[in-house]
Design a protein around this ligand. Sequence first.
Ligand code: CAA
Length: 637
Amino acid sequence: MLFQTTQEHEELRAKIRAFAEAEIKPVSMELDQTNTFPDEIVRKLGENGWMGIPYPKEYGGAGLDVISYAIAVEELSRVDGGVGVILSAHTSLGTYPIAAFGTEEQKRKYMVPLCKGEKLGAFGLTEENAGSDAGGTETTAVDKGDYYLLNGGKIFITNTPKADIYIVFAVTTPEIGTKGISAFIVEKGWEGFTPGEHYDKMGIRSSSTGPLTFNNVKVPKENLLGEEGQGFKIAMATLDGGRIGIASQALGIAQGAYEDALAYAKERVQFDNPIGVNQGISFKLADMATKLKAARMLNYSAAEMKENHLRYGKDAAMAKMYASDSALEICNDALQIFGGSGFLKGMHVEQAYRDAKITTIYEGTNEIMRVVISSYILGKIGKAHHEGSRREIRKPAPITGIRKGIIFRDGDAGAQVEALVDALKKDYDFSVTIPMDTPITQAARVVSAGRGVGERENMQLIERLARAAGAALGSSRPVAETLKYVPMDRYVGMSGQKFTGNLYIACGISGAKQHLKGIIEASTIVAINKDPNAPIFKNCDYGIVGDLNEVIPLLIDALGGEEDKKPAPPMVKIKRPKLPKPSPIGPKYVCLGCGYEYVPENGDPAAEIPAGTLFEDLPDGWTCPECSEPKSRFVQE
Ligand code: CAA
């Protein structure tokens, strides 16, 4: 097979490379350092007709092929991996579902401005409990006649909050698994829809990534994409194409690092010779060039298959996996060639090294790519679940474990606060206090502020509450790191301080996984937040949905104010409520070979049989985990 790109492909490459060198290169370092989205560059991508490359001209696209699109992402990423993914997420995730599954009306309304670059697109699939297991979607869309009512949240969404149009996946029919998921077109600006602030990331810092929150968002019926229940397939089919985009991004990042390393190997002299004469260096470059070629061939081949409407899911997964694994190796080798100079900030190779990492993670981790590829090769072996009840059974426990989950909703804010304080007083004495600067890891109680606190002056309110509750002061990571309202050693979370004391009062904290991982050991978690869908409410013992400015002053009073507190005695850890024992859901079965007991409430995790699977629903091929006897050798207890 002689595979070659066409002259048109290479002309497009030259054009986009020239643009990237002239417009992106000079600002790339600054965008990276300041975590800034390149509005102006994205606008120019649109002007050049590159925001809808593989889509028909009649819908505002350039009418070119999928390889042309891959080349565009590759060339932008060669200079800046962040800019590359902006185009990729916009084109293959934000626009493709409309192009492939939209009605004529939806295409006219949404595709045209997307392809012209007048609007930016995004794809909202990932959730706290639905990452690799995309079918675990918990966001709901309830049919209300004229519209769907959307509630829930998404995380890690590329192009948030800049995007204007979001493809959002939500459950329309609960408890039937992936077949109950539907896709919707959701516009920024709709009431109740909040695209969150972008995260502070390790790499691709010129692109923005953030959470989405849906709080009773009314989605018009005509914005259902495809049919009800088709959402999971739309997501999967979209990701097949998205993976070509990520392979292109990885390829571009690696190409840039390789070219820099090659130039450096020729110019850097040691022992009287350019370092490239050493086999330690030249062999690295030979490997890098080979991997680049292999990755490019895989990717263009997948793109060509897509263009020709062949089944390309496996090939796209192979391209994404290989290109991104190789990109990490290539960037690592490139940085090694640069030696100490490559380790300095401001060096493109240093940025490429960081940018490359995400390509092995998003649009399906490379572990999931291997699942996809192997399922094409082997078929879906070991798929034990019966689709209907799978999601119901596997509902994951909240990150902070089983909690009371009592949200006070009755009466006005005063009544809710009173009920909260009554509940807390059963376990806590609020006539005692600890110094507010007690290290988080040693504090019995902590009052923490999240982004929801708003302006810096509101921190006074949080400090007052800490005094009234006899607690130390804490925060979420952005409040310490980005807003700098408190010192860095006061933020609680996976990468910060772990709170293992008794009472944790989270004020304006939405409850990102990273934060919740820092409070798993807390005996009691109280959440105060105005967003009823904030994940913190699924992870709390007590909660009040309301405005901090209204709730906290009432709480301070109800706790007896800030004054006249005695020093607290040494902390005695309060025990957490015990996990309720699952009630029996079906008969147990005993293995005649070894006496092993199959308990349906436990399932068989080692064989990926979810808890809650009845014996009769076990797949025929299932065998005893102890002695491998077949299912037929089990008897009911
Ligand atoms: N195209 C169309 N339909 C597909 C499909 C595909 N590629 N893959 C699966 N399906 C269909 C199946 O045929 C099945 O339908 P039927 O029951 O009618 O046959 C249905 O979908 C369910 O399939 P599975 O049972 O295989 O589903 P699963 O729950 O086991 O999941 C998985 C399979 C491959 C692991 C999938 O969950 C997956 O791809 N996970 C990774 C998710 C992912 O890539 N997330 C990335 C988020 S986006 C992102 O990262 C963007 C960014 O930032 C840039």
